[in-house]
Design a protein around this ligand. Sequence first.
Ligand SMILES: [Zn+2]
Length: 79
Amino acid sequence: MTRTRTIREHDAPSPFPVRLPNGKWVVDEKCKCGSRRSVHMDTVAYGHGACPPVSCEKFTFVEFVFATKHRAAKLETSR
Ligand SMILES: [Zn+2]
């Protein structure tokens, strides 16, 4: 498997995955710039900083990124 995108290193601990009360698993969040929170830099909070590749200055939440069915099933059994 080749990696075509770089995964940002984080100092702040990731809050993901997190299970919503409706049973859906959130694995990441989408910013208004279109990038995921996981590729934004940290502030005191995980991924709340800038995203230099797209000149985004600060993470702004627009929507959750949910786990695929397969991933969600795995997360269910790992708890
Ligand atoms: Zn952004």
